[in-house]
Design a protein around this ligand. Structure first.
Ligand code: NAD
Length: 330
């Protein structure tokens, strides 16, 4: 099949070429899929898209017009795809439901350790001959209460790592996981988690229910000095309210790998540009905020898995086989 790959980087191209044993014709495009780039799908059978590509009803209608039969998401989340529109146009949507959940869980831990022990600051200081320890004091993770919102594939791994540090774990998920309960993790109501946790880590998907799950009200329930970590989706947090929570010291640390308006920023080198987003500029200005640009998934193991499963999804479709990883709606 001829597949138009949008939003690709060198690591995508290398990995997909290595695993393309089904001999699909892969057209790698750096541009994101949107109304200006949709015509690049002409003559293609399939589209392969990522987290910030636009797959709303208008785009999907045009994809149909251009002959696209399947949308292969090379990620787990699909909040950027209008599934109703895809169904109406009889375009299949597949994804990679799991690709190294450990990668994202471990990145959340990296954010916690860096924010806490300030290794990023120590690295820069020492390179400049500054061996002072002033303002590098952290805290023991041992014995702290960690609140985990969403204990699916990634949240579970995260919980297990934090248990290894000797933390107490509380979790909130409409579907509690019995393995985690057996490990001593206590499922509580969201309000209780917000009130008791020293560190809160978000691992739930973005849905209408979870959009701004961390809003002004949620911040008002947190303890002073909370650390908030988000490696899931940006819109789980009201970022403007996070700025207020940092100013009033409810948040003593914020670590985010995702941002609500990331689409205009992340995955690009904007070092010579003026950043027009005032909220992220304000967040960057805080000494106790650590932002990474959606790199939680970026390990060799995860990239190999993403490429293998995406190509298998496309081959299964081409051969008329059952699509194990199809996203369906009722
Ligand atoms: P998953 O589907 O295995 O788990 C999600 C969990 O969230 C489930 O247990 C579900 O019951 C729970 N949940 C649903 N609604 C909830 C709510 N209202 N409150 C609390 N919990 C709720 O998903 P996963 O593989 O663990 O991935 C989690 C999220 O991580 C994805 O949706 C995606 O947005 C994000 N992600 C980020 C990266 C990255 O690079 N930063 C990579 C992959 C996935």
């Amino acid at each position: 099949m001829k597949v138009a790959f949008f939003s690709t980087k060198s690591y995508d191209r290398d990995c997909f070429n290595k695993h393309n044993t089904g001999n699909h014709e892969l057209i790698f495009l750096e541009a994101a899929l949107n109304k200006d780039t949709i015509n690049l799908t002409q003559d293609c059978d399939a589209v392969c898209a990522f987290v910030n590509d636009h797959l709303d009803a208008t785009i999907i209608k045009k994809l149909k017009h251009n002959g696209i039969k399947i949308i292969a998401m090379r990620c787990a989340g699909f909040n950027n795809v209008d599934l109703n529109a895809a169904k109406a146009e009889n375009i299949k949507v597949v994804r990679v439901p799991s690709y190294s959940p450990m990668a994202v869980a471990e990145h959340a831990v990296a954010l916690i350790l860096t924010l806490n022990r300030k290794t990023h600051k120590a690295y820069n200081r020492v390179r400049e001959g500054n061996f002072s320890l002033e303002r590098l004091t952290g805290f023991d993770l041992y014995g702290k209460t960690v609140g985990v919102i969403g204990t699916g594939k990634i949240g579970q791994f995260f919980c297990k790592i934090m248990l290894g540090f000797g933390c107490k774990l509380v979790a909130y998920d409409p579907y509690p996981n019995s393995d985690l309960i057996a490990l001593g993790i206590n499922y509580v109501a969201l309000d209780e988690l917000l009130k008791t946790a020293d560190i809160i880590s978000l691992h739930c998907p973005l849905t209408p229910d979870t959009e701004h799950i961390i809003d002004k009200q949620a911040f008002s329930k947190m303890k002073k000095g909370t650390m908030l970590i988000n490696t899931s989706r940006g819109a789980l947090i009201d970022a403007a309210e996070a700025v207020e929570a940092l100013k009033n010291k409810t948040l003593e640390y914020l670590g985010i790998d995702v941002y609500e308006q990331e689409e205009k920023l992340f995955f690009q080198d904007l070092s010579e540009n003026i950043i027009m987003d005032d909220v992220i500029s304000r967040l960057i200005s805080f000494p106790n905020v650590l932002i990474t640009s959606h790199q939680g998934f970026l390990t060799h193991e995860a990239l190999n898995q993403i490429a293998t499963v995406t190509l298998q999804n496309l081959t299964a479709f081409e051969h008329g086989e059952t699509l194990e990883n199809e996203i369906t709606i009722q």
